[in-house]
Design a protein. Structure first.
Length: 422
């Protein structure tokens, strides 16, 4: 299986998420058949604990879907792709990705994908504001791109903004990381450029969830470095931060951004009883409907794909809600939340323990672990993980953990190989 082809597919996922599904689907099928042609299914390799956790998740997902079918949930079949089909596909590729050298190009692709997404958004803005010599209307629609400038505020929306947000945290982790721990060979100047461009786009996007993530991300990153036993010597960042704040302040004044408007936008993130804050008010209505529905079946939920009476966000997908984790509680109950949350905690725990034991893996693990945590925070009010193109944020760390654990099997650790136990 050629890693370059997979990197191209991954790059397209990052830059054009949830769009051009047909051609990318064909490419995915070709990669799948190509991998089957070059490899035997008996060569799939997984750490024992990973395989156990994967089986537990798949079994419970099947049971929750079955619960939905029994209760006539309208989305039971559609959501089966997210909870069963796509995870199996990701696990299949993880089973072949047992060499760290194969995963390094994928980690580098995150930076290229984030920068590519940023460039594409800038081109979108240019085409709307000034005009582009080539008609890219179809591309704009595919990413649901919109841009607005007025009353001292700038707003934009694009489906690949989630990639920009993830890459921002990913790049920031590398910038804060001492150079001696950077074993991926990523160019620091490239990372700096990517970080700055991503930060600018997040700032002007007026996406409050992304603003909150950006504010908490340095704290999360610092906490992760402390957990793995790395002293960042925060004093060395004081001058760069002051320079950055100065440039930001000058920029805000120069482009005549309404500071009161920005503060108002940020504060509205916490206003749930204000009818003028439409999105928050609707989320409160959604929250009440989901919690009331959950109380009817607290332990196993109402089944995946169920619809909560009293709140419909999308007539074409009545089971879909922005409040992802409250919806998960409604759909799968306490049992489901415990199973899925425990699995995410396992990723976190294993990642920290690997880095504590061997600092060589810090650059492999911490940037995507920090970005994954921030992505999960953003996912709380925006259901990104309900799409194939964002599930990689969960499964790429799993691939890294699996590869590292299997490398350790050469030193008499446990290995699980399909068809054979070593």
């Amino acid at each position: 299986m050629k890693i370059k082809i997979i990197c191209v597919f991954f790059f397209l996922m990052l830059v054009l998420p949830a769009s051009f599904q047909e051609p990318r689907g064909i490419l995915l099928v070709l990669i799948l058949f190509f991998s089957l042609g070059l490899n035997s299914i008996y060569e799939l390799r997984y750490s024992k604990m990973l395989l156990l956790i994967a089986l537990i998740n798949l079994i419970f997902s099947f049971l929750f879907i079955l619960n939905g079918l029994i209760r006539s949930a309208p989305g039971a079949i559609p959501v089966s792709t997210v909870y069963i089909i796509w995870p199996i596909l990701y696990l299949y590729f993880i089973g072949y990705s047992v060499k760290r050298s194969n995963l390094v190009p994928l980690l580098k692709t995150i930076i290229y994908g984030g920068l590519g997404s940023s460039v594409l958004i800038i081109l979108f803005i240019y085409s709307i504001v000034i005009g582009f010599p080539i008609d890219i209307t179809y591309l704009l629609k595919s990413q649901d791109f919109t841009v607005y400038w007025g009353t001292g505020a700038f707003k934009l929306n694009s489906m690949n903004l989630a990639t920009v947000m993830y890459t921002f945290v990913f790049a920031l982790t590398f910038l804060l990381m001492p150079s001696k721990f950077n074993n991926l060979g990523l160019n620091k100047n490239l990372i700096r450029i990517t970080f700055i461009v991503c930060l600018i786009l997040i700032f002007i996007s007026a996406r409050r969830a992304f603003w909150l993530v950006c504010l908490v991300s340095p704290v999360i990153i610092l906490a992760l470095f402390m957990l793995v036993g790395i002293n960042l010597k925060v004093k060395r960042f004081i001058i760069p931060v002051l320079i950055f704040l100065s440039i930001t302040s000058v920029t805000i004044v120069y482009v005549a951004i309404d500071n009161d408007r920005i503060i108002s936008e940020f504060n509205s993130s916490f206003e749930f009883d204000n009818p003028d804050a439409d999105s928050n008010y609707l989320r409160k209505e959604q929250y009440s409907a989901l919690i009331n529905g959950w109380k009817e079946n607290m332990f196993i939920g109402n089944g995946l794909g169920a619809h909560a009476q009293g709140s419909t966000r999308d007539p074409n997908a009545t089971w879909a809600y922005e409040l992802s984790y409250v919806a998960l509680l409604f759909h799968t109950g306490i049992v489901g939340v415990f199973i899925y949350a425990s699995s995410v905690f396992w990723i976190f725990f294993e990642s920290i323990m690997i880095c504590r034991k061997n600092k060589y893996y810090v650059s492999y693990i911490l940037p995507q672990l920090a970005a994954m945590i921030c992505f999960l925070i953003a996912n709380a009010s925006n259901p990104y993980l309900g799409k194939f193109d964002y599930l990689w944020t969960i499964f790429l760390p799993i691939a890294i953990i699996n590869a590292i654990k299997l490398d350790k099997t050469k030193d008499n650790s446990i290995e699980f190989k399909i068809g054979k136990q070593v």
